[in-house]
Each structure stands twice: as C-alpha cells, then as structure tokens.
Write a protein that binds this ligand. Structure first.
Ligand code: SF4
Length: 463
C-alpha cells in the first residue's frame, strides 16, 4: 500500500488560486457545510490512518494553518509514529507556529509558483486573490523554516502564466530539500471553469523543467505531469473520506469514521507503481535529534543481541530484548523456545499479548536499545536497524556457538519460521528493507565492535 497520505483536513483557504484542485466545494455543499470535521473526529481519522499502517502524513487544505487545532493533530500524529508534514501557502506561518510545532512537525512544504507579484495575482495565488506574498517574505520564510530545523520543500504549479519564468534565484537562495514541480491539473468539479486560461501544454511544462535543470545539484527536482499525478496519491478529504483522482475527478469512499480506514481504503483506486515511479518514497524522516530508541532486527545468528549490548554500552542506553521475555513466557508454560514459537504459529493471540506488553514498555521508556524483530512495527519514533547475514555464515556461527534449534536444520528455515509467524499474526514481512532506517550486512565487518562503530557513524551522519 502507498505509505504516505495527504489529509486535506480544512477546506477554507485565504487564497484564491484559480487552478486549485482541492477546493472541495462539492463536499461543502453536500455533506460538510463548515468545510471541516469537528476536532475529535479529525483526531480519530489520524489515529485510524496510523493504525492501518500509513507512515507519513501531510496535512493540507484549503489552508491547514487556519485550523486552530492543527498543532494538536500534528502532535497526535507524531506520537502515533507518523513522519509529519504540512503544505501551506505560507501566509499564516508565524514564529509562534514554528516554535510551537518544532518537536512534532518534520517538514513544511511551501506553495510558491512565482516570485512575480503580477503573475501571482493573475493566477489567484494571493491573499483574498489580491495581495500576493513578496519575494522577500518567501526568502524570510525559507530561512526561518530551515533555522528551526524543519525539512523545507517547495511546491510549484506550472501554468500558462508562469511556464517561461525563472525561479532559479529563489531556489538557489532557499535550497529546499525537495522541489516538486506540478503541471497544472484540471479536476472536474474542483477547478472546472476557472482553470481553462491556465492550462499549460506538456511542452510548456517540460520547458519549465528544462530551464531549471541546472539546479539539480542544489535541490532535488521532482517533476509531476498530469499523468504522474492521477491516481498516485493517497488522499483524505475534509469529511474524512479517502478519495482518488484517477479518472480526472474525485471519487470518494465512505467516511473512515463510519466504516473504518481499512474498508474505506478499498473503495478507492490508488496506483502503487505510479507512486513509486513518481519518487513518492524518499528518506523523509528528517531527524533532528539523536534517537532515544534504537531497535535491532535481523536474521538468526546475525549478532543482534551482541551488537545491541555493545551499542547500549557505548551510548549509555539500557538494553532490552523480546527474547528474554519470550523465554520467560515459554518457561512459564513448560515449553522450549521452539515449541513456544510453534504454539504462537497456531495461536497468534499468544504472541500478540506478548508484543503488546513489550511494545508498551518500549514506548514508555527512553534511551533504549531494543532487541526486537518487530520493533519497526511497534516502537514509535525509533531508529530501526536490520542485520543481514548469509545462510552459510549463520549456520556456521550457530554450529560454533553450539546453539540448538532442534527441529531447524538451517538458519534460513528458522528465519522463514519467524517470517511466517509475523505474517500470520500481523501481515508484515520483517525481512523487507523498506521497514528499516539502516540495513547492515554484518559479514562486511570483522567484529561486532565494528558494526557498532558503523551504526554510530551512520547515526551521526544522519543528523
Ligand atoms: S493556497 Fe492552496 S488551497 Fe488555497 S486556493 Fe491556493 S492552491 Fe488552493
């Protein structure tokens, strides 16, 4: 499933962009006169989105900073484990907002289409459609966003009015981590009748991209044509319904609050391949502080317990292990660890109880190194590491250590057994690299100490 979702929580906006494809006048006129859900329901939507596995949430609108409870939603999203982002026109981005949200909000995407006030007025990109933001104001915003430690992204919509313009001086100054450039997109029922004079041909759109291609080393340019944009975004409307735009108009699900996020998601059409092709997955965590929880997962005999203990020692963190908990649970039932694992395979509820207890303990404590294959799923805001080892080396290590896995002849059989156990209980494949912040092939290192040094190096590099 697409791992990131845009929640357009707030229909009202103080700008009047003629190309806006998120006007939601249809929603407002039919089921949501205020243009937004009550706060409690918006919170419920966010929690349900986290529950079904979305990893990144972007709060959009309308203009989301007009929503008085946006900071509360951002914090709740962060606590639920999301990478958080807002898309804003910047007009209400006050110092107060930037200070209040800096521990919970990872990214700010500024919508900037032109630095020419006349162009912005022509396109409606102006407060009340009349007062555009100035070049100096945009520069000041970019400075502040970066100085507060937010990841800066710029979104630009290319239209017939700005496709020959040059934004290089601004982009060179702002140096956003990502610059998304969209071809203006007609969406039936959202911008019908207003967008016609702004339509830009594919040639015009690619001319704009070409004219800025020399900035590629300064920022990461992501062009999105009309074809790229359709069907490749997971989106939720102000009424808390998933919607897609695959057919050039909005197709809405039933409300998430009514039927649950999982069922609602099945009522829309998202194209995962297209999402990948348009560069939807990137290193979005934008970490600002050294992680207070580091989880270690990995294959059998990859050394995660040894590495975990050494790492804990180096960082002066505490080491805890699901293995210890599992062993105690097995003992209490008079079973070996393998017998206990087989029991979990036949009755996933036993495992779920243990995972619940262990993850609660992890989430309520800081400064932990956590030996836990499912840490990536259950430990919020952790740094998740996976240790890989070849089957031959692992089997050799097991022999040398005289470890007995009774019914398992090779390490890969045991890895497969863990995989099935977790797929069975939670529908997740713990061996997939996409679940981790760092994947290490331990055979590349001479010792566990070297693996630890490498982890610390990577953590520091990331910051
Ligand atoms: S600022 Fe954004 S939400 Fe508001 S009108 Fe413009 S494009 Fe639409």
């Amino acid at each position: 499933m697409i791992p990131s979702v845009n929640f357009h929580l707030w229909e009202p906006c103080n700008m009047r962009c003629k190309f806006c494809f998120a006007t939601f006048q249809d929603v407002k006129q039919t089921i949501l006169p205020k243009g937004h859900l009550p706060k409690e329901q918006a919170i419920e939507v966010v929690l349900q989105l986290a529950e079904i596995g979305f990893e990144k949430i972007t709060f959009a609108g309308g203009e989301p900073t007009l929503c008085p409870w946006l900071p509360e939603l951002i914090k709740i999203a962060k606590d639920a484990g999301f990478t958080t982002m807002i898309v804003t026109n910047g007009s209400k981005l006050t110092d107060e907002f930037l200070i209040a949200n800096k521990n919970y909000l990872d990214w700010i995407a500024l919508s900037i289409d032109s630095i020419n006030p006349e162009t912005n007025i022509e396109m409606g990109r102006a407060v009340t459609g009349r007062t555009p933001l100035t070049f100096d104001y945009y520069k000041m915003l970019a400075d502040k966003i970066k100085n507060f430690g937010y990841g800066l992204k710029i979104n630009t919509v290319v239209t017939s009015k700005n496709f020959t313009e040059d934004l290089s001086s601004f982009i060179k100054y702002a140096q956003p981590k990502r610059w998304k450039i969209f071809q203006v997109l007609p969406i039936q029922g959202q911008n019908t009748g207003k967008i016609d004079s702004l339509i830009v041909s594919p040639n015009g759109f690619f001319q704009f991209i070409e004219n800025h291609s020399k900035l590629d080393g300064i920022t990461n340019i992501i062009p999105e044509s009309n074809a790229d944009m359709k069907g490749s975004y997971a989106m939720v409307d102000p009424a808390g319904r998933f919607y897609d735009n695959a057919q050039g108009k909005h197709n809405y699900s039933r409300p998430i609050i009514e039927i649950g996020a999982r069922l609602a998601l099945q009522q829309v059409n998202y194209d995962f391949e297209k999402f990948i092709e348009r560069g939807g997955v990137y290193d979005w965590k934008n970490r600002k502080v050294f992680p207070t929880k580091i989880t270690l997962s990995g294959y059998v005999a990859s050394g995660k317990t040894t590495v975990g203990k050494l790492l804990a020692n180096k960082l002066n963190y505490n080491f805890i292990s699901i293995g210890d908990k599992t062993r105690k649970a097995a003992e209490s039932k008079g079973l070996t660890i393998v017998q206990y694992q087989e029991l979990c395979l036949s009755d996933p509820e036993i495992d779920k109880h243990l995972d619940n207890e262990f993850s609660t303990e992890c989430n309520n404590t800081d400064n932990l190194i956590i030996d836990y294959r499912l840490g990536f799923k259950f430990v919020k805001n952790g740094f998740h590491i996976f240790l890989k080892i070849s089957d031959n080396s692992a089997t050799e290590r097991i022999k040398q250590a005289n470890r007995k896995f009774e019914s398992y002849e090779t390490a890969s059989q045991r890895n497969e057994s863990f995989k099935n156990q977790f797929l069975n209980a939670y529908g997740v494949d713990y061996t997939m690299p996409k679940n981790y912040d760092l994947v290490i092939e331990v055979e590349q290192f001479k010792s566990a100490d070297e693996v630890v040094e490498f982890i610390i190096y990577e953590l520091n590099k990331m910051l």
